[in-house]
Design a protein around this ligand. Structure first.
Ligand SMILES: Cc1cc2nc3c(=O)[nH]c(=O)nc-3n(C[C@H](O)[C@H](O)[C@H](O)COP(=O)(O)OP(=O)(O)OC[C@H]3O[C@@H](n4cnc5c(N)ncnc54)[C@H](O)[C@@H]3O)c2cc1C
Length: 447
């Protein structure tokens, strides 16, 4: 089949790769100048199935309201919320029941387990080196946090993925650099979970996809999709994006295959179009009568090189950690450390919230003071493509010839390899290696 993929984030690139491996003729369109320039650029990098769960959870509405007024709040509302955001919030609130949470959590967990296995397989088969480190430790600062985490531990035990519950000394044995002056009550440790550089992986897999015959068209903004037996795209040359100049300098090897087109073009017909355009998918799908309530939930990260002098040797993080109180992740990525978190509803990618940035700095200083060269840090803001109830939607959209791989929210990296394989299997009309119900678009049409 001739297949167009819209979006070259981690979701679009894994999808294109799996489709090419199945023998399809694939073209990827992205409005940016390279792969992984959107939300896949500088995320926390966690591949931790136990931590992949819906944000729509019992007790969450109350927590969100309380957090809104805290200085180091994990959740913030930026500016006014439009009708779409309010509609999303209503659906989110309705998905916070214990039953909906249990169902959606189980779906996400199965997809995450499958994805982690696929990712490992890809990494081994293709010899991909993307700054992986093994182990994930959730830090619980107080007895109260441990008590609140117990329901989650029980749920994971039921799913067969119970983390080890460690006392403070146990946590320090796993991560010897943890600052002894910051109170620590306990930790939840998952040895099989890992952290890796999502952007690096996407670049490496893009090369493999290109080798398998995938064509990439960058600076190509898909304006609209024409559904039908031979779906086609209307493509405009994307306006110059200043951020891509810096990427162009860093990823010089990647630019040989960019093919900016002048003016407006209609592509020839394809046999299928797969939409992997993150939050933009909502706008693209709406004229086709496909309603996918995606909301941009912004988050921040700061990535800094480790100090190279001896004074902090052995004190830096070894793998991945999560400060449960602030919902901030600390990730070791090769010779750098990334701190990531914050959920900002509303606002824009351009506006930087200084308090959110300060929370990231505080969490790193609390646990690993002085290990990075802060002056050389790169700060980033991304938009999580979030559905109100949790799991992504994969498979046919309901519009003829148009398929979906969207809505991975705060776990798109962890869910990418499995989601891509499931979409490729569905497109081939094959039964999938794992059966996970409720990932189809019909789930979202239920009122
Ligand atoms: C702070 C933060 C921390 C995170 N931490 C983690 C983590 O630890 N683990 C994890 O699994 N996930 C994490 N995530 C989530 C993860 O980054 C996302 O779920 C994932 O990157 C989504 O991938 P994507 O390919 O769907 O989106 P993107 O990477 O945004 O890709 C979408 C692509 O579509 C293109 N596009 C959009 N519209 C059009 C159009 N009209 N025409 C052409 N191209 C278009 C865009 O240019 C973009 O390149 C985090 C996110 C944030 C913000």
């Amino acid at each position: 089949m001739r297949i167009a993929v819209i979006g070259a984030g981690v979701i679009g690139v894994t999808t294109a790769y799996e489709l090419a491996v199945d023998g399809h003729e694939v073209t990827v369109f992205d409005r940016r100048g390279t792969v992984a320039a959107g939300c896949s650029f500088a995320n926390a990098g966690l591949v931790a199935p136990g931590y992949v769960s819906p944000w729509a959870a019992p007790g969450m509405p109350g927590k969100v309201l309380r957090h809104l007024f805290a200085e180091h709040a994990p959740v913030r509302i930026a500016g006014h919320l439009d009708a779409a955001a309010l509609g999303w919030a209503w659906r989110w609130w309705r998905a916070c029941t214990p039953q909906a949470y249990r169902t959606n959590r189980a779906r996400m967990h199965r997809l995450a387990q499958y994805s982690r296995g696929r990712l490992l397989e890809l990494a081994q088969r293709l010899h991909l080196d993307f700054e992986r480190a093994q182990g994930f430790l959730v830090l619980l600062r107080s007895e109260r946090e441990m008590a609140l985490a117990e329901a989650g531990v029980r749920a994971l035990t039921e799913l067969g993925a119970a983390p080890a519950v460690l006392d403070a000394a146990g946590c320090r044995a796993v991560e010897p650099g943890l600052n002894p002056e910051t109170p620590l009550f306990a930790g939840l440790y998952s040895r099989d979970d890992e952290v890796g550089n999502c952007r690096e992986f996407t670049h490496l897999l893009k090369k493999e996809a290109a080798r398998a015959g995938v064509r990439f068209r960058f600076n190509a903004h898909v304006e609209s999709i024409r559904a039908g037996a031979e779906p086609a795209l209307r493509v405009l040359q994307a306006p110059h994006d200043a951020r891509d100049e810096a990427l162009r300098a860093r990823d010089a090897s990647d630019w040989s295959d960019t093919q900016p087109e002048a003016g407006e073009t209609s592509t020839p017909g394809f046999d299928a179009v797969v939409v992997c355009a993150a939050t933009e998918s909502r706008r693209l799908l709406r004229p086709l009568g496909v309603r996918v309530p995606l909301l941009a939930v912004h988050g921040y990260s700061v990535t800094a090189p480790l100090r190279e002098d001896d004074s902090h040797m052995h004190l830096e993080p070894r793998a991945a950690l999560m400060d449960e109180r602030y919902k901030v992740a600390i990730s070791r990525l090769g010779k750098r450390v990334r701190v990531a978190g914050s959920a900002e509803i509303g606002g824009s990618l351009e506006h930087q919230n200084e308090r959110a940035q300060a929370t990231l700095d505080k969490v790193l200083d609390d646990w690993f003071p002085g290990v990075t060269r802060r002056a050389a840090a790169q700060r980033w803001k991304g938009a999580r493509p979030m559905l109100p109830d949790g799991p992504p939607v994969l498979g046919p959209s309901g519009a003829e010839g148009v398929w979906l791989n969207v809505g991975h929210g705060g776990s798109g990296w962890a869910l990418s390899a499995g989601s891509a394989r499931l979409v490729a299997d569905a497109l081939a009309g094959r039964s999938a290696a794992v059966e996970i119900d409720g990932l189809g678009v019909e789930r979202l049409q239920k009122r």
